[in-house]
Design a protein around this ligand. Structure first.
Ligand SMILES: Cc1cc2nc3c(=O)[nH]c(=O)nc-3n(C[C@H](O)[C@H](O)[C@H](O)COP(=O)(O)O)c2cc1C
Length: 384
C-alpha cells in the first residue's frame, strides 16, 4: 500500500486555497481565484469535469503503475504540468521561480507566461532549459522576433501561443480592486496588506515585482489604466493565419496553440503545422457564457488525437481530476490556480507540496482502478 508522503495539514487543493486566502491580500487572492463576469464558466469547468466517471477493474492482474508520460519526445514524471500564470509575484514573491524549480525537480513542464514576474533567461537557468514559454502576440514584428530569439537562446523546447485572449476578460473584482503592477497603494489596498504581515514582509524583502521578460521594452511604474494601454499597444490578442505562419517558420521547436475550444480551431492548428493544442478556456477567465473544457475535449481528442497532441487545462483541482481529463482523451494536462494556491499558502515549499500531492492522488486512482500506464486511462472511462 502506498503511503501519503505529504504535509498532513494540507492534503487537498481546497485546503491550500483556503490557506492562501488567509495569507495574501484580498486584491491578490481575488485576481488569482476569480473567473470573469459572474464566474459561471469558472465553476462549470470543475463541476462538469467531475461528471466524468471511471470504471475500476479489481480482479485483473496488476503489475504496478507508472505516472511517466512522453510528450513531444520528452519523458515527464507525471502527466501534468504548470500552466502559464501572469503577475505571479503579486500573489507570492518569487512564486514563478519556486514553481519552475519544483517543476524541474519533479521533471514536469513549467510554462512561463510573457506577463509574469520572472524572465525567460532566469527560468531557463533554474530549469536547465526545460521550461516552456507562452507568448502573448506582439503587435510589432521586431518585438515578436526578439522575444522568440530569447526563448530559443534559452533552449526552450516548446513555444505556446494563445488564441483565447482576443480581448481582456471582464473581471469585476479586479476592476473594483484597481489591480495594478506594482499594486496601487490605495487606502483599501494598504489596509489589506497590513492584514497580511507575512506577505508584506516577504514582499518587502524581495522587492517590488516586475514584468521581468518585458522590462527591456516597457516604461516603469504603470498603473492599471496605463498598463492596459501598454498591453493593448504592445500585444495584439487576436491570432490568425497571418500571425501564426511567421512564428511557425521561425520557431524550430514544438509549437502549441493554447485556448482551443472548437473543432474549427483544432483543424486550423493542424493545417498551420502546429504540434499540439491545449483545449482550454483560460480557467473560465475570458468567456463566462462558454462551455466547460471537458465538453469539447472529448470530441476533439477522438477526432484529431492522432494528428496533433491534444492537451487540456481549466478546472482541474485534484489527482482524480487529472485522471478524468486523461480518460476523456487528453494526452497531458495543466493546472493554473492549484499551483498558485500551493505557493501562496506554503511559500517556498508550496511547489513541491502541490506537485507531490497531485502525484500521490493520481497514483492512488491508478492503483485503485488498475490502470498501469497514463495512456491507458481512456480504457476506464464510463461512457456517458
Ligand atoms: C491568475 C491567472 C493568470 C493567468 N495568466 C495567464 C497568462 O498570462 N497566460 C496564459 O496563457 N494563461 C494565463 N492564465 C490561464 C492559465 O494558463 C490556465 O489556462 C488556467 O489557469 C487553467 O485553469 P485552472 O486555473 O482552473 O487550472 C492565467 C490564469 C490565472 C488563474
Amino acid at each position: 500500500m502506498m503511503s501519503l508522503k505529504i504535509n498532513t495539514k494540507y492534503p487537498s487543493i481546497t485546503d491550500l486555497r483556503l490557506r492562501a486566502q488567509k495569507k495574501i491580500p484580498k486584491f491578490a487572492f481575488e485576481y488569482l481565484d476569480g473567473g470573469c463576469n459572474e464566474d459561471v464558466n469558472l465553476h462549470r469547468n470543475t463541476s462538469e469535469l467531475r461528471d466524468v466517471q471511471l470504471q475500476p477493474n479489481y480482479l485483473k492482474n496488476h503489475t504496478g503503475t507508472s505516472l511517466k508520460t512522453t510528450l513531444f519526445g520528452i519523458e515527464y514524471d507525471a502527466p501534468f504540468g504548470i500552466a502559464p500564470v501572469g503577475l505571479q509575484g503579486l500573489m507570492w514573491p518569487n512564486s514563478p521561480e519556486i514553481l519552475a524549480k519544483a517543476a524541474f525537480n519533479h521533471n514536469i513542464p513549467f510554462i512561463l507566461s510573457t506577463v509574469t514576474t520572472t524572465s525567460i533567461e532566469r527560468t531557463s537557468e533554474l530549469t536547465e532549459g526545460k521550461a516552456w514559454f507562452q507568448l502573448y502576440h506582439p503587435t510589432e514584428d521586431r518585438l515578436r522576433d526578439d522575444i522568440i530569439k530569447r526563448a530559443e537562446a534559452a533552449h526552450c523546447p516548446v513555444l505556446v501561443i494563445l488564441c483565447d485572449v482576443p480581448t481582456f476578460g471582464f473581471r469585476p473584482r479586479d476592476i473594483r480592486n484597481g489591480l495594478a503592477m506594482p499594486p496601487k497603494m490605495s487606502a483599501k489596498n494598504i489596509l489589506q496588506i497590513l492584514g497580511k504581515p507575512h506577505w508584506a514582509l516577504e514582499t518587502l524583502k524581495h522587492g517590488q515585482p516586475n514584468f521581468e521578460t518585458l522590462k527591456p521594452y516597457m516604461p516603469k511604474g504603470l498603473d492599471l489604466r496605463q498598463l492596459g494601454k501598454f498591453m493593448d499597444q504592445t500585444f495584439s490578442g487576436r491570432l490568425n493565419e497571418e500571425k501564426i505562419k511567421p512564428i511557425r517558420d521561425m520557431w524550430k521547436g514544438k509549437l502549441v496553440l493554447k485556448g482551443v475550444a472548437s473543432e474549427h480551431d483544432t483543424e486550423e492548428a493542424i493545417r498551420l503545422g502546429l504540434d499540439g493544442i491545449i483545449v482550454s478556456n483560460h480557467g473560465g477567465r475570458q468567456l463566462d457564457a462558454g462551455q466547460s473544457t471537458i465538453k469539447p475535449l472529448k470530441t476533439i481528442a477522438q477526432k484529431y488525437g492522432d494528428k496533433i497532441e491534444v492537451m487540456m487545462d481549466s478546472g482541474l483541482r485534484s489527482g482524480p481530476d487529472v485522471a478524468r481529463a486523461l480518460a476523456s482523451g487528453a494526452k497531458f494536462t495543466f493546472l493554473g490556480r492549484s499551483f498558485m494556491y500551493g505557493v501562496s499558502a506554503l511559500g517556498k515549499k508550496g511547489g513541491d507540496h502541490t506537485i507531490s500531492l497531485l502525484k500521490t492522488e493520481l497514483q492512488q486512482v491508478m492503483v485503485q482502478i488498475n490502470c498501469e500506464k497514463t495512456a491507458d486511462f481512456p480504457n476506464f472511462l464510463i461512457n456517458p
